[in-house]
Design a binder for this molecule. Structure first.
Ligand code: ZN
Ligand code: ZN
Ligand code: FE
Length: 760
């Protein structure tokens, strides 16, 4: 120590700082700087006292801020300097636990480099051990049964640590100090291989056997962190097509897992931001532009310009990928629209017809958690599904929620949200709330989060759609204040919140379906939104949706509806290939539905306009998954197409699509290719947004524009729209941490409910 008198630094660190190796990190850092004192966990986070020379103390604090452990997230550090207390060493002290439970449970963390080195070191006692972890890595959220996060309250409770693991667990200097899932081959979970009926496959080494099955083109159900995957050789046409048929998943792309970044680069073009996301501790699926020469089966991602790629995130994944030398399809273990299987018995029952074999283990998954999905647009992340590796890490806001709030979300891609103080706990992906299993998982999830984060909501926010199971759940709760929030209002509020906006904005909310204030199906909305403000400043013109849900599954119906809207009754005489391919009986039926207004609710949906154009251009007239036609229209688009179609904006900000539809028909008659039409259509929608916002700005003076709703997952549209808005001098905002699709609705509901409580 220098000659300057010692000082004592007292720190209180809040954030995600427990269960992520924070205390051993502080211990090592303090020791390296020759400081004395202690570190401990308490209910508010981590408390540190460190004394020594002023220079060393300063450097210690600098390093603490600059390079915390990879999975930690520091929200705040309160620091004060006091008289030295005369500590003799630096100690990790016992946790001070109170009844309060507001220390966040960390998300699951990808296996760290240090653990991987052990797994691939022939001399290490954890050589090839698939459940290796330490305080910097491993399962967290998916094994936690209760708080505080501690081994007896995880699904590791049934495994008793061997003396060597126990010694690591108890030694403050060890990387495994208080690593709750700590395990080794002598004491921890074990792999097992079973056939599709669940009978064990005899043999010494389930891993080696699984690898050879994968190499033989078999389909394996593999138990992961948050559920089962279905895995097969991504380069095998036969295996991938077989998997697609068994899953009854017709067109939706499969995610791939590859062994490392280099392997990812052989399949897709990756920029710096994409590479960083692939390697981040959350290990999401990253949608990246596929290489023309990517060696994967055609059926992996039909008609897609992007591949969903992820890197291994458990030692088991690393072992499977390295030992097989394959790129693997790793798609969620479920049939069609069901939730992903995560319990062993349930997996056997539901996946028995899908997988040839099960590679499983005896560490129970307590919380189902699907892989996260993300992408990069203009150098910035845009989350598509915020789940494993992200949830339940809260989103922090520069404002406080007035009261603890539960928001139950929408119908498809459901998430819920619990908000308290300045934190919003946005749930993992629950799924489409259309069956009993998903509903149960939704209700359990809410119960779980309430307990984990000690939030007893007095306010419950919900969608206005009376039939959504989420709405019904909200309406069944007693003793709470219920607040209904319009769907697109919630979309806009979610985007505002994550961008820290409180002042009124023009919210452009484009999606497939949302219940409107007038009871109609909204989805092409220009809303003025702020605390205490909601005004519909414009929208896409209403057109009938022939057959309701059938009109969503069959985009050709929307094309017919838009043709009838643009041309009147005589559209059937138009020389369009699209019309020639329709079943005349069905066409007549839809025409008479439109004529008589039978079962044809009105919609202003932008998603349905994409459907209509996709069908007209001959790209897709029936869909097998949500938004398929719109996605394929984006994929087909010539991104360098220059022109656009005409449109009108009528009184009341009504966007009239008839000139656009006539323009598309004109191009079709001239034999223009679908790629050019798709490109011009994207340009047109971008110009519509800029023109509508211009009109609103002229009348009302709002210059900030928020782009939200599932349609803005379309990166081509998003880029073009941002361009035309910037050219018009607007300040633009879009989604990053919170998905633009309905997974973001719950957060928006919570925000709107809060505004309403404050403005009441
Ligand atoms: Zn580790
Ligand atoms: Zn052990
Ligand atoms: Fe929506």
């Amino acid at each position: 120590m220098g000659s300057a008198p010692a000082v004592r630094l007292v720190l209180r660190v809040s954030g995600i700082v427990q269960g992520v190796g924070f205390r051993p990190f502080v211990h090592a850092l303090a020791t390296r700087h020759g400081l004395k004192g202690y570190v401990l966990n308490d209910t508010g986070g981590v408390v540190i006292e460190a004394e020594g020379s002023p220079g060393m103390v300063d450097r210690f604090l600098e390093r603490l801020r600059a390079e915390p452990p990879p999975a930690a997230r520091i929200f705040s550090i309160d620091a004060s300097r006091q008289e030295p207390a005369g500590y003799e060493d630096f100690a990790i002290r016992h946790s001070v636990t109170h009844a309060g439970k507001d220390v966040p449970i960390p998300p699951d963390i990808a296996v760290c480099e240090a653990c991987l080195r052990e797994v691939f070191d022939g001399a290490d006692r954890r050589h090839r051990y698939p459940f290796t972890n330490c305080t910097n890595c491993g399962p967290r959220f998916t094994i936690a049964r209760d708080v505080p996060y501690d081994r007896p309250r995880t699904t590791m409770a049934s495994f008793t640590m061997c003396p060597r693991c126990r010694a690591e667990y108890e030694s403050p200097a060890d990387r495994r100090f208080h690593a709750q899932p700590n395990a080794c081959p002598a004491c921890g979970p074990r792999l097992a291989l079973a056939d599709r009926a669940g009978s064990p496959v005899p043999g010494e080494d389930p891993l080696r056997r699984a690898v050879s099955l994968l190499r033989d083109g078999r389909i394996l159900a593999v138990k992961g962190l948050g559920g089962y995957h279905l895995a097969c050789d991504a380069a095998s046409d036969r295996a991938v097509t077989e998997l697609r048929e068994r899953k009854r998943r017709r067109g939706e792309p499969f995610a791939l897992m590859v062994r490392d970044l280099e392997a990812a680069r052989r399949l897709a073009h990756l920029d710096g931001a994409e590479a960083a996301l692939l390697q981040s501790p959350a290990r999401p699926i990253v949608l990246a532009r596929r290489r023309a020469d990517a060696a994967v089966a055609a059926d992996v991602a039909p008609r897609q310009n992007y591949l969903g790629l992820m890197l291994p995130y458990t030692p088991l994944h690393h072992l499977l990928l390295r030992e097989s030398g394959l790129a693997l399809v790793m798609t969620s273990g479920n049939l069609h629209d069901e939730p992903i299987a995560y319990r062993d018995s349930d997996a056997r029952e539901r996946l028995g017809g899908l997988a040839d074999f099960f590679l499983t283990h005896d560490r129970e998954i307590h919380v189902r958690c699907d892989d996260s999905v993300t992408r990069v647009v203009l150098g910035r992340e845009m989350m598509i599904r915020r789940s494993r590796g992200c949830a339940p890490s809260p989103i922090r806001f520069p404002f406080e929620f007035a009261r603890p709030t539960l928001a139950v979300g929408a119908l498809l891609k459901n998430t819920f949200c619990l908000a308290k103080g300045n934190l919003a706990y946005l749930s993992h992906h629950v799924g489409d709330l259309e069956n009993l299993q998903t509903l149960e998982s939704f209700e359990q999830g809410i119960e779980h989060f309430s307990r984990f984060f000690d939030i007893r909501p007095g306010v419950v926010a919900h969608d206005l759609h009376p039939e959504y199971l989420s709405t019904r759940h909200a309406l069944s709760l007693e003793g709470v204040e219920r607040i209904g929030v319009q769907h697109h209002h919630a979309h806009v509020a979610a985007c505002m919140a994550e961008n820290g906006l409180r002042e009124p904005v023009v919210g452009v909310a484009f999606d497939g379906t949302g219940y409107g204030l007038d009871g109609r199906i909204w989805g092409g909305e220009f809303l003025l939104v702020g605390p205490g403000l909601l005004e519909r400043a414009g929208h896409l013109q209403y057109v009938p949706l022939p057959g309701g849900d059938a009109g969503v599954r069959e985009p050709w119906r929307m094309a017919v509806s838009h043709l009838a809207n643009a041309f009147g009754g005589d559209f059937a005489g138009l020389p369009l290939p699209f019309l020639g391919e329709l079943d005349p009986g069905k066409l007549d039926l839809v025409r008479s539905m439109l004529l008589k207004g039978i079962n044809s609710p009105l919609t202003s949906s932008m998603g349905r306009l994409f459907d209509a154009v996709a069908a007209l251009a001959g790209i897709r007239s029936l869909v097998t998954y949500e938004a398929q036609a719109a996605i394929e229209l984006e994929m087909a688009a010539d991104e360098s197409a220059e022109g656009s179609y005409p449109f009108d904006i009528l009184e009341g900000g009504i966007v009239d699509p008839r000139p656009l539809i006539r323009g598309v028909v004109e191009d079709l008659r001239r034999g223009a290719p679908a790629s050019g039409i798709a490109g011009k259509f994207h340009n047109t929608v971008a110009r519509i947004v800029a023109a509508a916002c211009d009109r609103i700005r002229a009348a009302r003076g709002h210059g900030k524009v928020v782009l939200t709703g599932g349609v803005f997952q379309n990166t081509l549209l998003l880029r073009k729209t941002l361009e035309s808005l910037s050219a018009g001098g607007f300040e633009t905002y879009w989604h990053h941490q919170v998905p633009p699709n309905d997974a973001g609705i719950s957060l928006g509901q919570a925000v709107v409910a809060d505004w309403r409580l404050r403005c009441a």
